[in-house]
Design a protein. Structure first.
Length: 443
């Protein structure tokens, strides 16, 4: 089918993902999921209402009880699944992708935690089932319900201090503002909101944290306002990227480190799961703080599953997905920022100071390189560096390690991209080796 990705269903509307496929996916998920009640919500894309209606028809064809929470962000949908103790949920969203895309995220309630459906946790079965389903007329039967107030009240109890910071937030016209604006309105922080109205075509910039230019307006406003913190929400608000008081975007692995050291003060000796793209300082700092570092392949469903089945307190990846066990394993950008705000205010330190322990080496941000020949390029990299006596592992893509530098190249699960992360002991070596690996990929 081509639209069933590693973590969700996603494609261009209507060329790849249309109402017929939405019906089939809804019906297949209904067959797959044990239990009767399912929550559904959507983002503000133009195609989301019709995709949602078709998914609901598919669910109703399997006699499921549907609770529709309407326009929402992804963490709100996940929270509703847990709080209302239903079997699962479906979010209609393509996250940070351009406006012509849409998607279907499916989750199940796994013993009071959120488990996202991916290739290893049911997507293959759902894909197979969907191919056998015939479209038919179905009368929609659903209940409309609102989760917003309950969600905000839950989060507000997690905020330890309600004043003392100046904050700028850029929503990129995604749905992050639906919860974050009323949440911050309850505080006494000085908050400035950018592009807070959800719009289907993202007229100012895409809510995509992978593109550095998208941070320009936020950075400019942080500097202008002399703010303590900037926050960039991705399209469906399951991720948030901080910008420090100098207007510098915080790398994902530095955010993981700051959050990990804080939670380990309460849960010493627990596991912290993170992806293999993180700086090598992260492992050292987690161990020093009394935690157990566990490096894994990239993909937020994997951390959720580990937290649920093997214990631990935090799962995180450098793209911004932060999952706390105490927050039902929901990857929630606003929740992570509440934790960060608590840390800043408790410590009395600026974000730049909190970052210092994780900046001992020189690391690139993730570099995305478009290519149609992903597997061919990965094989070429392995062939080249195996001759240079490097340590090579293939947990996720290919990781190449030398004594004074290392890099990982992996395939995007949703786009024709190879993603490069590289770290070295010096800035000069980082720049030299980044250019070297980029030239191999670009051919």
């Amino acid at each position: 089918m081509g639209i069933c990705k590693a973590y969700d269903v996603r494609g261009k509307y209507p060329l790849e993902l249309d109402e017929n496929w939405a019906f089939k996916i809804g019906s297949a998920f209904g067959k797959f999921l044990k239990g009767e009640k399912i929550v559904i919500g959507m983002d503000a894309r133009e195609s989301s209402p019709s995709i949602k209606e078709s998914v609901i028809k598919g669910l109703c064809s399997e006699k499921k009880e549907v609770i529709d929470i309407g326009l929402c962000n992804t963490p709100m949908l996940y929270f509703a699944v847990i709080k209302w103790e239903v079997s699962g949920g479906i979010m209609i969203s393509a996250s940070h992708n351009p406006a012509e895309f849409n998607g279907i995220k499916m989750v199940k309630n796994e013993k009071g935690n959120i488990l996202q459906i991916g290739k290893d946790s049911g997507m293959l079965e759902i894909e197979k089932l969907s191919k056998e389903i015939e479209i038919k007329e179905v009368v929609i039967q659903k209940e409309n319900r609102n989760i917003l107030d309950e969600y905000i009240n839950h989060l507000f109890r997690k905020l330890e201090k309600k004043e003392g910071l100046k904050i700028v937030i850029d929503y990129g016209n995604g749905v992050g503002s639906l919860a974050a604006k009323p949440f911050f309105d309850k505080t006494d922080f000085e908050v400035y909101h950018l592009y807070d109205e959800p719009k289907p075509n993202f007229p100012n910039h895409e809510p995509n944290p992978h593109v550095k230019e998208n941070f320009n307006d936020l950075i400019k406003e942080v500097k202008k306002r002399k703010a303590d913190l900037g926050i960039f929400f991705d399209g469906d608000a399951d991720r948030a990227t901080p910008v420090d008081e100098n207007g510098t975007e915080l790398r994902g692995d530095i955010l993981i480190g700051i959050l990990a050291l804080d939670i380990l003060k309460t849960y010493s000796g627990e596991k912290i799961y993170y992806d293999l793209r993180c700086s090598k300082t992260l492992e050292k700092e987690i161990k020093k703080a009394g935690g157990i570092p566990v490096a894994m392949k990239v993909g937020n469903p994997y951390y959720k599953e580990k937290l649920i089945k093997e214990g631990g307190v935090l799962g995180a990846e450098t793209s911004g997905h932060m999952m706390y066990k105490e927050h039902y394993c929901i990857d929630d950008g606003l929740y992570a920022m509440i934790k960060l705000i608590n840390i800043i205010l408790k410590s009395g330190k600026k974000l730049t100071e909190l970052s210092l322990p994780f900046m001992k080496y020189y690391k690139t941000y993730e570099i995305n390189i478009r290519t149609q020949n992903k597997e061919e390029k990965l094989n070429q990299i392995e062939e080249i560096y195996s001759k240079k006596e490097a340590k090579i592992s293939k947990i996720d893509g290919i990781t190449v390690e030398f004594d004074d530098w290392w890099f990982n190249v992996r395939s995007s699960n949703t786009e024709d991209l190879l993603r490069l992360n590289l770290e070295a002991d010096t800035k000069e070596l980082m720049e030299e080796k980044t250019k070297e690996v980029e030239e191999i990929i670009k051919g």
